[in-house]
Ligand binder design. Sequence first.
Ligand code: PAF
Length: 330
Amino acid sequence: METSRRTLVAGCAAAAFALTVGGTAFAQQAKEVKIGYALAVNSHYGAAANAWAETVEKGSSGAFKFKQFPSSALGGERELIESLQLGTVEAVIVSTGALSNFVPDVGVVDIPFLFRDTAHARAVLDGDFGRELLGKFQKRGLIALAWGEQGFRHLTNNKHPVAKPEDLKGLKIRVTENPVHITAFRTLGASPTPMSWPEVIGALQQGTIDGQENPISVIVSAKLWQVQKYLSLTAHVYAPMALIVSPAFWGTLNDPQKALFIQGAKAGAAASRRFVDAVEKKGVDEIRSHGTQVVTQVDTTAFRSALAPAYKQYAAKYGQKTLDQITAAQ
Ligand code: PAF
């Protein structure tokens, strides 16, 4: 084929692709994608949302335009998930905090000390297990596209340093609305108080709760040193986040557009992991520099042993075989 014809054919193919992804050859108003999440734009959530938006906006030549609602502007995570099901918001990025109330199988990843380290968690969530788990959202009226990351959760409180399970006795610890976490903290002797994130800072200020637990990424983003005296590096559970779209919106997309949204969600997930890697390197020093006392020597073995009755309940609920499969994954 002579060069000019080859150029013409290639040009036509590119135009056809843009037409399918963009939906029309003529300039028209971009389709708005409202996306909600709990933290500020300059957090791991914002990093994920920005990468997702950029991939889709560029890849569709502007046929889609993301409109971001950070900092719980559309409500807590439970409300965000309900809005997806109702189709009043197109996309969200949420922790697994409230998710297992909608997709019960997700609760398995919330089991304390299930993942050895970040590499293990990422391998499981990026592998068959994580993919199958994403597939289970559909039956529950949600289209989950990728697993992003928050990091391992640690404990903060205002009463005293916590290094071993006995130190938790009687402490009122805010937990997410998550049955697995509630069971764990009750078993450890704390008084777990399920609460939506937008209420947490006020409750810590007023003293209606003594502490909370979240990854370094969240503690830094929310500047929890303003309301918490002690940080214990318990790393008691890995915290993923899910990038999800509403079925109503998904139904309006053609196949190339769906592929672009999946590509964008994966780019978002990767961006959140890069953000977490960076914040984990300097976050503890930053928290300490604001006057928080950091407990680095935590008796993790004692925490695991104290959780034995909870592990029995988790095995009964999710199946010992599933837990063993996750534990054995490399
Ligand atoms: O603790 C929570 O509820 C979540 O980790 C948060 C802070 C909303 C981030 O998703």
